[in-house]
Design a protein around this ligand. Structure first.
Ligand SMILES: NC(=O)c1ccc[n+]([C@@H]2O[C@H](COP(=O)([O-])OP(=O)(O)OC[C@H]3O[C@@H](n4cnc5c(N)ncnc54)[C@H](OP(=O)(O)O)[C@@H]3O)[C@@H](O)[C@H]2O)c1
Length: 261
């Protein structure tokens, strides 16, 4: 395969591990990666949503042997080590790690957040991605190379009311991406995506009572879908992005470039 790979199946023969891959953006990424030829290991906390995700992906025509799941938590060191080991054991490699799982237990001003909510948020959203990268590096990436993708947020760049601590963690993830791109080069590329508002369970409170009004504020006139993020993820994790590292690609329908009123 050349640097770009087969354009019809640019992830053929690669193995991807997607945290939080059972729903929303993670499911969109898992499904598209599988459609593009990758083996995919999906990790999240709840088995019912994992089995449903595997059913959805295989019903789309993907070889059932190319999709597996494991129950695990994004902030668990043991789950990071064991999930990476399972991917390598099951598929023979771990070429792509997508750190997608995140949590947001607190909505409100920074002056009101308590220690346990603050620790929980950063434990899952910032320490978690680093710990999974450490596991993947130790067990596979250091010797074989590959690609890491961290899912950040426009809240890591913009100032969004109520999302200050979540956004602080997501800003940290953008810096973590740059730092690790330097530390893990030349074998491993590390990039991030900052999604804008995507219609998923996590963001439901923001869009379910007023989607049309929100869409009208977006330059591209609609909310995002998991597929919008998955397409960008496929590019960053494929050979087409062989000379791209340390970058955060904003995929937000123009949210960050809308006119200020
Ligand atoms: N939706 C948006 O508008 C938006 C915007 C910007 C950035 N993002 C980012 O995009 C990513 C995905 O968000 P989403 O909207 O797709 O969320 P979602 O629809 O709520 O899905 C979250 C996924 O992560 C899993 N998960 C949650 N907590 C976990 C944990 N501690 N350990 C392991 N798995 C966990 C969930 O499955 P289980 O419940 O089975 O664990 C589920 O598969 C996150 O990093 C989020 O910050 C989202």
């Amino acid at each position: 395969m050349n640097a770009v790979g087969d354009r019809a199946a640019p992830l053929a023969g690669r193995t991807a591990l997607v945290t939080g891959g059972s729903r929303g953006i993670g499911l969109g990424i898992s499904r598209l990666f599988a459609e593009l030829g990758a083996n995919v290991l999906i990790v999240s906390r709840r088995e019912p949503s994992l089995t449903e995700a595997v059913r959805t992906i295989t019903e789309a025509g993907v070889d059932p042997g190319a999709v597996a799941y494991r129950v695990g938590r994004a902030d668990s060191e043991e789950d990071a080590d064991a999930s990476v080991a399972l991917a390598v054991e099951r598929f023979g490699s771990l070429d792509i790690l997508v750190n997608n799982a995140a949590t947001n237990p607190y909505f409100g001003p920074l002056t009101g957040i308590g220690r346990s909510q603050a620790d929980k948020t950063l434990g899952v959203n910032l320490w978690g991605p680093l710990r999974w990268i450490q596991a993947a590096w130790e067990q596979y990436l250091r010797d074989h190379g590959g690609a890491v993708l961290n899912i950040s947020s426009t809240s890591g760049t913009a100032v969004d009311p109520g999302l200050g601590w979540y956004g602080t963690g997501k800003a940290g993830l953008i810096h973590l991406t740059r730092q690790l791109a330097m530390e893990l080069a030349p074998g491993v590329r590390v990039n991030a995506i900052s999604p804008g508002l995507i219609k998923t369970d996590m963001s439901r409170a923001l869009w379910e009572n007023g989607e049309e009004e929100l869409a009208a504020t977006m330059p591209l006139a609609r909310l995002g879908t998991p597929r919008d993020i998955a397409e960008a993820a496929a590019f960053l994790c494929s050979g087409a992005a062989a000379w791209v590292t340390g970058q955060t690609l904003t995929v937000d329908g123009g949210y960050l470039v809308r006119p200020s009123s």
